[in-house]
Ligand binder design. Structure first.
Ligand SMILES: [Ca+2]
Length: 277
């Protein structure tokens, strides 16, 4: 596996970088996010409401060939927003950042990667809202909308949100298996053209105290207990959102908004930015 962006920095420097980013001139988060943090009494470690002219500075760059998306595949969009006026639009086209999987199957991707962080062995909360637009090709091919992986561990993601042939599901890998064996939880159907708020509480652990919980539109839909990471990997975790699939002819587009990583539900809940709350 190629060296990953977040792996270049130690834990303290990641925190320093985040603090610097928050105080810098690059639009990392919106005033609405500050208000939400104040209301909840908790701020997220990472937040992108996609209200700036570009994605937030913590996302790894998508250099063609080495990054997670091809040039032009990720853009700030003003035609959809879960909160504020903008979101991020991600489109994968045939052959984008093409790789060959373990089974020889060609795969392709357009994903945002929030960085490689020392998150193993602790409770982490992730939240985002996403929208599948009208006209999206709902087809029977492998498609991953969000995934969590462990640095230094090859094979399937530890946790993944999938959408295949209209079936929306969450998979938890058996860390001892390299090729996908594990548990699959069915998730509520995905309404096309509507925003869906997702919150995840995940404890990545190579011991029995691992856990994965998920909420969709405010209702808990997954509660998993057991080992969620491998002793063969590093203690660093990275999370990607977007579109990762086996090779397919037709392009696919998805929208995300209100991405957050934090230490409690209220810090990452995509609905926390609703003005009525
Ligand atoms: Ca937004």
């Amino acid at each position: 596996m190629a060296p990953r962006g977040g792996g270049r920095t130690s834990r303290p420097s990641v925190l320093v970088a985040l603090l610097a980013a928050c105080g810098g001139d690059r639009p990392v988060h919106s005033p609405a996010a500050d208000l939400a943090g104040e209301r909840s009494g908790s701020a997220a470690f990472l937040f992108d409401g996609f209200e700036g002219d570009d994605v937030a500075g913590f996302w790894l760059p998508g250099d063609h060939g080495s990054g997670r998306y091809a040039p032009g595949a990720v853009s700030i969009a003003a035609d959809r927003a879960r909160s504020g006026n903008r979101s991020v639009r991600i489109t994968v086209r045939e052959g984008d950042v093409e790789q060959t999987g373990g089974s020889g199957q060609l795969n392709e991707r357009a994903e945002l990667d929030s960085g490689n962080r020392p998150f193993a062995g602790r409770d982490l909360w992730y939240g985002f809202s996403f929208l599948i637009p009208e006209g999206f090709p709902v087809v029977d091919t492998r498609l991953v909308l969000a995934q969590w992986k462990q640095s230094g561990l090859e094979g399937s993601p530890l946790v993944a949100v999938r959408f295949r042939a209209g079936r929306h599901s969450l998979t938890v890998r058996d860390p001892a298996s390299t090729m996908g064996a594990g548990k699959e939880y069915g998730l509520p159907d995905l309404p096309i053209g509507q925003w869906n708020d997702m919150v995840f509480r995940i404890r990545f652990s190579a011991e029995d105290d691992g856990s994965v919980e998920a909420w969709m539109n405010g209702a808990q839909v997954v509660s998993h207990r057991g080992r969620t990471a491998s002793r063969d990997g590093e203690d660093r975790i990275y999370n990607k959102i977007g579109l990762y699939r086996d090779r397919w002819k037709d392009p696919m587009t998805i929208y995300f908004d209100n991405y957050a990583v934090g230490d409690r539900f209220a810090a990452v809940d995509p609905a926390r930015l609703d003005r009525s709350r």
